[in-house]
Design a protein around this ligand. Sequence first.
Ligand code: G6P
Length: 468
Amino acid sequence: MTAADFVVVANRLPVDSDSDGGWRHSPGGLVTALEPVMRSTHGAWVGWPGKPDMELEPFDFDGTRLIPVTLSAEDVELYYEGFSNDTIWPLYHDVIAAPRYSRPLWEAYVQVNRRFADAAAEATAHNGTVWVQDYQLQLVPAMLRESRPDLTIGYFHHIPFPAYGLYSQLPWRRQVVEGLLGADVIGFQRVADAGNFARAVRRLLHYETRASGIRVPQPDGTIRRALAKAFPISIDAASYIELAGREDIQARAREIREGLGNPAHVLLGVDRLDYTKGIGHRLKAFGELLAEGRLSVEDVTLVQVASPSRERVETYAHLRDEIELTVGRIDGDFDTVGHTAVRYLHQAFPREEMVAFFLAADVMLVTALRDGMNLVAKEYVASRTDNHGVLVLSEFAGAYDELGRAVTVNPHDIEGLKDAIMQAVNMPAAEQRRRMRSLRRRVLEHDVEDWSRDFLNALADARKGATG
Ligand code: G6P
């Protein structure tokens, strides 16, 4: 196998298996972002094919070499469902759910990170570049640096990095920070995340940090400089604009509204079914507005798309029960034969259908309690080429740093959330246009290609001046 000059390492491969045994691109933004770089560099991608015990040889897909890492059923349980999604995920999202601290989970995380690092080391050419993605693989940068000091190593953290007061709960807090510091550039979504990380480095390791630079002492007594900085991720805005311009998708948007009984206002929520998304807070606010008569089911419907996620993790199973109970209660109390209060869809949809939903929605509700970025907010804005529609956006989502012209909310403040929903529902068209134009400008000016270019340029620069 020839080694590649550019290698991405992520928990998941950028493909999903389809029903007739073939593969298709998975819909994520990261895949779209990296497609041109992967193609022009004949890059490779190391990742898990998404099902337990799947043993596959490396294969080529659309110009990229895919290198599958096998996870046994036990690895999936301990490393993926366990340490990644029942320890790190809740801890890094401000302990909205209680993190599970368990030594066997940690040991599996170390062991599986080692396997990803070994696969990446084998796949990368001398002096090549490796870009590690996300919280499932925080130990990979240091493992790789140890085995392959010739490599340039980048890491991007897609989720929040918590304040030290919370981070310090982690029994393996020092090992994780050391793992990340193996990278030349450690990218975060928000300036605050990079600041939290730098503080953890100072508190735990007493290394010097200045602006975005961190001085990392090496075993030979020299200093290596690492960069920890915000690189807010974005979307492939052009593809959303193109879909929004398609006749069939516009017709589908009209059909969706008709299917709901043509209410005057359609509100929309689109989330993975995750406790970080504030779906319960959103439903509570909406239910109270109906109960108080500030909204009427004849005029307003909330469409909640909640795509299934991590269903074998107990917290997620509980959340599903709780949300479905709440939806059932609201609909039971307020539906009429012809109108529904909440149209709940526990399903995932292709991108075309999502854009139809965006075009059908007068108000988009993003009420996350904590979110690395929230790309749905950007997708909604990009799709609204007609400058109509209102984005209600939580200040706890990374997108808030860029999308300040949204109607911004603290989702914990239910009265404030209710007022924000009313403001959005009643917003005059001229004000919608003004705000939407400014939101769109930001999303179109900084799309996902800019994101990957900015990160990779910083990585190339960092490597040039790394030692000294
Ligand atoms: C978040 C994480 C990603 C993850 C995605 C879906 O966006 O940052 O790393 O891939 O959720 O979660 P899943 O557990 O299905 O991969």
